[in-house]
Write a protein that binds this ligand. Structure first.
Ligand SMILES: Nc1ncnc2c1ncn2[C@@H]1O[C@H](COP(=O)(O)OP(=O)(O)O)[C@@H](O)[C@H]1O
Ligand SMILES: [Mg+2]
Length: 379
């Protein structure tokens, strides 16, 4: 059945194998088609929907793994070209290191500016890459060398850059143009860009004044299909000698609007709460939710401590309403003890920028469903 069994089949935060991965067959075929035709792709979807998972699943396809060298970087936490270069250099090195000694030799032969970081471990004689961010003195030179390396590799490379919109925040201001030029010059290296900030991603790829304008095929990732996800979850329970009620599965899907991470977190806990031979029913849901939220509590406190005193009441009011419409109406202000619609507007702006809240069709909601629940419980 499975190539191997893991303790809890609802995996969160990493890719194990297709056995524990739900669907995405069309999306995987779509990526393959683009790659087969030498096209670069951009995937746009809100956070936690499954962009990273899809890319990892795509890279794990035997035809892809065989034909390409695949590299994945998440640049969410980077703020400058040096950090970008550091992350990319490091990821390439990690990919090639286990392969062959001659590859590491070629790596440092081409990427000369990183060579000072190359050392042999005194005890084992194994090469180690001991380079800190500070040793990237000339990021532009290093990036040229990295691209030279990629282009000369034995196998063509696919480089996936997650949270790509982050480059628009870099300290230097010509980064989009610089990367666009480098990428355009590539003959055998392909790129997959993904990002969760729709507005920024669209601006990068779809506005005529931007360097990346129309340079890639863009696609929106949609939530997993309800019928497909519930069947997937049911099967995983069954494979481990457990069952789960259909009603509960549908409820979980609806509560998180099919957003993968939230569903997987809850399913993981529901699975843990169910003994072998038992049926998991609706009663278990509040317990699972409480347990999951407890594991996140310290990060919620941290988030809250970074929200200004003026933004907090607006955030609490939105959390309380679930979906808040008419946030500047007299009623909303009065019900929530808010002073003026202009102060609400500026609080909304700040909360949106920090991804604490998000726009819905008719108003606003707290971005993170679990955080929203935690706020309702505590404030
Ligand atoms: N198709 C899938 N089946 C099962 N789990 C998935 C699937 N796609 C993503 N996940 C899981 O859901 C969580 C969120 O997905 P992720 O790919 O990190 O989202 P994003 O990159 O869009 O923020 C991760 O823990 C991941 O393991
Ligand atoms: Mg991601």
């Amino acid at each position: 059945m499975y190539s191997y069994k893991i303790a809890n089949p609802f995996v969160v935060g990493k890719y194990v194998s297709e056995d524990f991965f739900c669907d995405r067959a069309d999306e995987t075929a779509f990526l393959k088609k683009q790659v087969d035709n030498g096209r670069n792709t951009a995937i746009i979807a809100p956070r936690r929907l499954g962009k990273t998972g899809l890319i990892q699943h795509f890279f794990a396809q035997p035809e892809i793994a065989k034909r390409y060298q695949t590299i994945f970087i998440d640049i969410y936490a980077t703020n400058s070209l040096s950090e970008f270069v550091y992350l990319l250099g490091n990821s390439i090195y990690k990919e090639i290191k286990p392969l062959h000694k001659k590859w590491t030799e070629r790596f440092f032969g081409t990427i000369k500016s990183l060579r000072p970081g190359f050392k042999l471990d005194a005890a084992t004689g194994e090469p180690v890459f001991d380079i800190g961010l500070g040793s990237i003195e000339q990021p532009q030179t290093t990036i040229d060398e990295i691209f030279d390396y990629l282009e000369a590799a034995d196998k063509p490379c696919i480089v996936a850059i997650d949270e790509f919109q982050q480059i628009t925040n870099y300290a230097e201001n010509n980064i989009e143009a610089l990367l666009r030029t480098k990428i355009q010059q590539c003959k055998q290296t392909l790129f997959i860009f993904s990002g969760s900030r729709r507005h920024l991603m669209n601006q990068m790829f779809n506005s005529p004044s931007k360097p990346f304008y129309q340079s890639v095929i863009t696609t929106d990732l949609k939530p997993l299909d309800k019928v497909v996800y519930t069947a997937f979850a049911k099967k995983l329970f069954a494979d481990y000698g457990k069952t789960i009620s259909e009603e509960l599965l549908k409820q979980v899907y609806d509560d998180y609007e099919g957003v993968t991470w939230y569903m997987q977190m809850i399913m993981n806990e529901l699975f843990a709460l169910t003994e072998k031979g038992d049926n998991c029913k609706l009663e278990s849901y509040p317990i699972a939710l409480k347990n999951v939220i407890q594991t996140q509590e310290s990060s919620y406190k941290d988030t809250l401590s970074n929200i200004s005193a003026k933004q907090k009441p607006v955030l609490f009011a939105i959390a309380k309403e679930g979906e808040a419409t008419n946030v500047t109406s007299a009623k909303f202000l009065k019900d929530n003890g808010l002073s003026s619609s202009s102060s609400v507007q500026s609080a909304l702006k700040g909360l949106l920028e920090k991804d604490i809240i998000t726009r819905t069709e008719n108003g606003y909601r707290v971005y993170d469903y679990f955080f929203a629940e935690w706020l309702v419980w505590n404030y």
